[in-house]
Design a protein around this ligand. Structure first.
Ligand code: BES
Ligand code: MN
Ligand code: ZN
Length: 502
């Protein structure tokens, strides 16, 4: 999709469709009023007939309004003006695209960007418009023999800015929005692929292809390499699988030589049946999404590389399946992690932490400035926070605050949970240095507590994306969540280090 910024009044635009907001009850936004005036009250007349109240997400498509150069006008309900906020803006942006998708309009000019959103500037609105457009048009049809609905006429979206002086900020925001949207699409595509296609080997091939396209160094460690490094925790998870495990390492060097990198570590469980502690059958298909942390790492690194951020970034992706087998991990098995610490595997379904702990230890060799791991780690996190916020934990509050701020800005929000010492004894084991589970209480935190034993050597944050990475039910599918958050975190880091380019 092509996105363009433009400043100028609506009546001068020769567009397939102008998009303008209407508030409740039947109150025209500034731009809608402007169009109405040129069109000699045609909009006001339609509203008076009761065709559009202005309730959130109502839409009304009008054709051939007098004195306009544009073929259509789409009015979008925006709710009460005083309630118009970030969430509403995102909702109406998506709704407008939804309504236009089945029309013949190939090119639209949206003035929704001119509606005031408290505390947010034009750049924020442009970015969100780009991201909402792309995510609303997203389809995953590569595995259907006939696409369900291939109609996709919309090719060009013009986003209006009120002043010429907003053009530069608008253009930059569009570039960032497109890079993020492409990262989100990559993460969604990988997440939606089934376990029989998206295996650890497939993920490694994709990472290699992305690396080739963007000039990154990609290294793939196989079983023998990992044995040599002593990654017995990671390898124990793969023992039940016919698919060989991989540890995928991507290096983007956009920063100064020798500058400490940011490391992103993503859980890449391409299918999690639970192992011998097998999961119930219902909804087990959704465990193909257990590699969404890995997908988010790939999406965010791709976005950072496309934006040429002046940063060094390392992506580390431990990837495996978790299946029951005669050779699989058994409850009670004790494995020795790469860090030297021993782990009693009391539940083979708590496998994410077993592959992540070795990947985190491996990450030490990059002397990272900060490490963020991203993982669909616990069902407990879904119970705690639902689908709206990712769980955030860590050992460094300034780093946690950076992630919270990036999540707020992108509306890809996370919420911090504590990793207090008091939780530590839940992981006590009679036979090893620790167990891999800690009882029913505070499950998301216990997952974080487990990982914290492997992250003492660096500033670290953990994002539990079990609730946010995919949707269930009728809209089942990967969301690409945490790509916007992570990319924004990297953008903020880059501008912090290079204030002159801000
Ligand atoms: N991949 C799952 C976490 C998960 C479960 C995410 C359901 C989303 C929905 C993870 O590997 C897992 O199975 N975790 C266990 C941990 C438990 C055994 C301590 C869980 O959450 O049940
Ligand atoms: Mn599991
Ligand atoms: Zn899992």
């Amino acid at each position: 999709m092509e996105f363009i910024v433009k400043s100028g009044t609506p009546e001068k635009q020769r567009s397939g469709c102008l998009v303008a907001g209407v508030f409740e009850s039947r109150r025209l936004s500034a731009v809608a009023a402007q169009i109405d005036e040129v069109a000699q009250g045609a909009i006001a007349a339609v509203l008076r007939r009761g065709d559009l109240e202005g309730k959130p997400s109502q839409t009304l498509l009008l054709h051939n309004l007098p004195n306009l150069l544009s073929e259509r006008v789409l009015l979008v309900g925006c709710g009460k003006e005083k309630d118009f906020n970030e969430a509403r803006y995102r909702e109406v942006s998506a709704k407008a695209i939804q309504a236009l998708k089945d029309t013949g309009a190939t090119e639209i000019t949206s003035y929704l960007t001119e509606i005031e959103v408290k505390g947010r500037d034009i750049a924020w609105k442009m970015r969100q418009a780009v991201e909402m457009t792309e995510s609303t048009l997203y389809r995953f049809e590569q595995l259907k023999s006939k696409p369900d609905n291939n109609r996709r006429d919309l090719r060009r979206v013009v986003l209006a800015v009120p002043k010429r002086s907003d053009l530069a900020a608008g253009e930059r925001a569009i570039r960032e929005g497109q890079a993020i949207a492409a990262g989100v699409k990559l993460a969604r595509d990988l997440g939606n692929l089934p376990g029989n296609i998206c295996t650890p080997t497939y993920l490694a091939e994709q990472a290699t292809a992305i690396g080739q396209r963007l000039g990154l160094k990609v290294t793939v460690l196989d079983r023998a390499d990992m044995e040599q490094l002593g990654m017995a925790a990671l390898l124990s998870v793969a023992r039940g699988s016919r698919q060989p495990p991989k540890l995928i390492v991507l290096e983007y060097r956009g920063g100064k030589e020798g500058e400490a990198p940011i490391a992103l570590v993503g859980k890449g469980l391409t299918f999690d049946a639970g192992g011998i502690s097998i999961k119930p059958a219902a909804n087990m298909d959704e465990m193909k999404f257990d590699m969404c942390g890995a997908a988010a790492v790939l999406g965010a690194i791709q976005a950072a590389a496309e934006l040429k951020l002046p940063l060094n970034i390392v992506g580390v992706i431990p990837s495996s399946e978790n299946l029951p087998d005669g050779d699989a991990n058994k409850p009670g098995d004790i494995v020795k992690s790469m860090s030297g610490q021993t782990i009693e595997v009391l539940n083979t379904d708590a496998e994410g932490r077993l592959i992540l702990c070795d990947a985190l230890t491996y990450t030490e060799r990059f002397n990272p400035a900060a490490v963020v791991d991203i993982a669909t780690l616990t069902g407990a996190c879904v119970i705690a926070l639902g689908n709206h916020a990712s769980g955030l934990m860590g050992n460094n509050d300034p780093l946690a605050r950076e992630l919270i701020a990036a999540g707020r800005y992108t509306y890809d929000r996370c919420w911090q949970l504590p990793l207090w010492d008091e939780y530590r004894k839940q992981l006590d084991s009679n036979f090893a240095d620790m167990a891999n589970i800690g009882g029913r209480e505070a499950g998301a935190i216990i997952g974080g507590m487990f990982l914290s034993r492997f992250t003492k050597k660096f500033k670290w944050a953990h994002l539990d994306i079990a609730g946010t990475a995919w949707k269930t039910g009728k809209d089942k599918g990967a969301t690409g969540r945490s790509v916007p958050l992570l990319t924004q975190f990297l953008i903020d880091r880059a501008s912090r280090e290079q204030p002159e380019s801000a």
